[in-house]
Design a protein around this ligand. Structure first.
Ligand code: AMP
Ligand code: MG
Length: 346
């Protein structure tokens, strides 16, 4: 039985995972205090984590019908993320571990996202992972747990942050991704041509800051900012992002097919993976390359403690030991988890 905490950004979440990997209880509280600022305020997030955790920890045990003494290991996200939130979550989880004489596992948030797709479905290693979140846009070859190869990453903004900033420019509320998706349905995706930075480069890296600026300039120049203009900006912007994601992922698929042990699955995970248009586009891409598309269910796309507990359970089962002295790390790449240089030998 694993008790997991996730506090790396503006979701406060707790979960209990059974030894079979079942989610016995799961609470996700999306902090609403940030909306009026149009983005996450780190200090407010940390304080809210403290308030919310006090309420939801007992609730999590209650939902699972369990005493805390039945828990075998405690874990929390220890990075990457906002350091205040990471400190709150890890201090609470470590305290629970010490008080109950059980191990504490520091879990990497990106590993949580990477493995989240396996909670409900059997997805075999190795697989290609496109991670699209509020903080990251990366492509990994996931060989197995503790063996990750970074193929490409954003050199500036993440795709989630780009959605959020474009939404803010259009006067929509935070988080902007779902708002843009809604408006895009009513817009014309071919109406506005936006640039696709790095699309012609021969690597798997992304850049979104130029696209963000192009959208900004378009909005400033437009005199008639009516509903139909906003819808067209949303549709054209979303379509541009999808084309960039598809192109880079396709290049990575071709590269992996030639250089690495065979993959059968493309996993698309992270908050932005909740976008249905992205989902549809990736279904076609996978068909073309005879791959299966695996995406976590919507409620496990964004930040959540179940994926942290699941990653912990995998490590626990593989015989990894806990580490009560682990210090949270605002920056903590997945490749830093590699036990051996296994993946580099491929
Ligand atoms: P995460 O960092 O994984 O919690 O994901 C949060 C990010 O996902 C935010 O930037 C959201 O705007 C973005 N997001 C959530 N839902 C959608 C959606 N339907 N379309 C695009 N982006 C989304
Ligand atoms: Mg995340």
């Amino acid at each position: 039985m694993i008790f997991a905490l996730e506090t790396s950004c503006d979701e406060t979440s707790t979960s209990i995972i059974s030894p079979e990997g079942k989610i016995l209880s799961h609470i996700i509280v999306k902090q609403s205090d940030h909306e009026k600022f149009g983005g996450v305020v780190p200090e407010i997030a940390s304080r809210s984590h403290i308030q919310i955790l006090q309420k939801i920890i007992p609730q999590t045990l209650f939902e699972a019908g369990m005493e805390i003494s039945s828990i075998n290991a405690f874990c929390s996200t220890c990075g990457p993320g906002l350091i205040g939130g990471l400190l709150v979550g890890s201090t609470v989880a470590k305290t629970m571990a010490i008080a109950n004489n059980k191990p504490f596992y520091p879990i990497n948030h990106l590993e949580g996202h990477a493995l989240s797709v396996q909670i409900n479905k059997k997805i075999d290693f190795p697989f290609l992972l496109l991670l699209i979140t509020g903080g990251h846009t990366q492509i990994y070859y996931v060989h197995k747990i503790g063996s990750y190869k970074l193929l490409g990453t954003t050199i500036d903004d993440s795709v989630g942050e780009t959605f959020d900033k474009v939404a803010k420019m259009l006067g929509m509320k935070y988080p902007g991704g779902p708002e843009i998706e809604k408006r895009a349905i009513q817009g014309n995706e071919k109406k506005i041509q936006f640039p696709k930075p790095l699309i012609k480069n021969n690597d798997f890296n992304f850049s979104f800051s130029g696209l963000k600026t192009a959208v900004r300039l378009k909005i400033i120049k437009e005199k008639n900012k009516n509903n139909s203009f906003t819808n067209d900006v949303c549709a054209s912007f979303q379509n541009t992002v999808i084309e960039i994601l598809l192109r880079k992922t396709e290049m990575a698929i071709e590269y992996v097919n030639e250089n690495f042990p065979k993959i059968n699955n493309l996993v698309v995970a992270g908050g932005v993976a909740a976008n249905m248009q992205i989902n549809k586009s990736f279904i076609s891409l996978c068909k073309k390359h005879s791959l299966k598309l695996a995406m976590p269910p919507k409620e496990l796309c964004g930040d959540n403690a179940a994926m942290i507990g699941w990653a912990c359970l995998q490590r626990f089962n593989l015989g990894y030991k806990g580490d009560i002295n682990f210090k949270p790390r605002p920056r903590w790449g997945l490749e830093e988890l590699n036990d051996e240089i296994l993946v580099n030998k491929i």
